[in-house]
Design a protein. Sequence first.
Length: 310
Amino acid sequence: MFDLKAAGYKDPILVSGTDGVGTKLKIAIAAGKHDTVGIDLVAMCANDLVVQGAEPLFFLDYIATGALNVDDGKAIVKGIAEGCTQAGCALIGGETAEMPGMYADGDYDLAGFCVGAVEREEILTGQDVAEGDVLLGLASSGLHSNGFSLVRKVLELLNLDYDHDTPYAPGHPLGEALLEPTRIYVKACLTAIRMGGVRTLAHITGGGLLENIPRVLPDTMSVDIDAGSWQVPEVFRWLARAGGIGPREMERTFNCGIGMVAVVAPDRADALKKAMTEHGESVSVIGRVVPHQERDPRVRLWGLEEQWRL
């Protein structure tokens, strides 16, 4: 149970979301490292709520396996609890299902369910996005939870094991590096929203910048993005080189270093960037809103090949 009145809301709209971790779990299982995928699970749900302007309130998890390994289960739930702490929400329940014959030995799947609230007049719809608005990009912590089927294919082609030394970060096991958890942007974004000037937010998941940003824009607006305005994490450069993946496929599969985009009023950009930076985020001005022209793409990403040297 959750007491919404005690949380201080007057005219709340409930916002809910559900998601999983995807095939990143295959790497966690193969590497025998289960304490971070719970953070990913919370992140994928809670980050989707905050883009509506909502504060995550509570979270439930679902763990399905053939036969429960208690130590692995404890590690998973420990990660979920840490994710809830980072998102500022309560872990109030869940389900662990043992289904012999449904999953191979050692395999498991995760699903998460999060509910948040926002005052009716504070919902972020994106309808007031205007020409000249500024795009602030919040840095990702790496791959987050998307593109891992392609990642595993690259590793298969290179015949790399998860205990192999990380090619782009020597001294660290590859499995551990790839399992860097998804960054949770909730507290920084809620602070920015409450300061005023945030038009809309886009959580950059599967589909990358090209597919996620247009979902939060009016049909009359597009964005111009400078690909050289942020530092691309080395994991993306390495994947592109090692897998022979072209720039356009990279930008449609991965976040390429930006995990959340805030579209903000120009006169509030500096203050909002400063506030989110003080919450521990690395924030860059990555582009601007422009009028949409017929037949033009909704997201124009300039200088991709030159700046990223993929």
